[in-house]
Design a protein around this ligand. Structure first.
Ligand SMILES: [Zn+2]
Length: 158
C-alpha cells in the first residue's frame, strides 16, 4: 500500500524532527515551552487570543491562504492581520530563543529561513495595503495579559 507507506514515512519524519528538537533545547523550562508548540494551526496561545478577541466583540477569519504569510487571524474589513509567532521558530529576542547547541546547521538553516520568509511576507502585506501585528508567544504567556490586549486593541482601532 503505497499511500500508507508514505504516511508511515511522514510520521517517522515528524517523530524524528520533534525528537531532535526535544534533545536540542536547553533548559527543561524551554523544553516544555518548545514541545508545546508544534508549528501549526490552533495552537494554545492563538486559541487564548481568539477567545479574548471574540469576547471583546471582534470578528475575524482564520488562516486565509490568499494573504501573504497565511496570517493566523484576519480582520478583512479592517485590512489587518495578526501573526501569533512562536519565539523559538521565529527567533524572538527573548529568553525563549537560544540557538540549539547540537545540530546547529540544521537549526540555523531552518530558523533563518523562517525569519527571511517572515520579512518577505511583511513586505508583501505592506505593498498590498494590509497592516500586520506580530504577537509573540511569550506575550501570550504573561501573567498580566492586559499589556498584550492593549497592544492589540490599539492596533485594531488605529
Ligand atoms: Zn518571545
Amino acid at each position: 500500500m503505497i499511500s500508507s507507506q508514505k504516511q508511515l514515512i511522514m510520521l517517522i519524519d515528524w517523530a524524528i524532527f520533534n525528537w531532535v528538537k526535544f534533545l536540542d533545547v536547553h533548559s527543561p523550562q524551554q523544553r516544555s515551552f518548545n514541545m508545546s508548540r508544534i508549528q501549526g494551526k490552533d495552537t494554545k496561545p492563538e486559541m487564548l487570543l481568539r477567545k479574548w478577541l471574540w469576547s471583546r466583540g471582534y470578528r475575524y477569519r482564520l488562516h486565509r491562504k490568499d494573504i501573504p504569510g497565511k496570517p493566523d487571524i484576519i480582520f478583512p474589513g479592517r485590512k489587518k492581520v495578526i501573526f501569533v509567532h512562536g519565539c523559538f521558530w521565529h527567533k524572538h529576542a527573548c529568553k525563549y530563543f537560544k540557538w540549539p547547541k547540537t545540530n546547529f546547521e540544521f537549526w540555523e538553516k531552518k530558523i533563518k529561513g523562517n525569519v527571511s520568509r517572515d520579512n518577505r511576507n511583511y513586505q508583501l502585506l505592506t505593498e498590498n495595503n494590509w497592516q500586520y501585528l506580530v504577537v509573540w508567544e511569550c506575550e501570550t504567556k504573561s501573567r498580566a495579559p492586559e499589556k498584550l490586549f492593549d497592544k492589540i486593541e490599539k492596533f485594531l482601532l488605529s
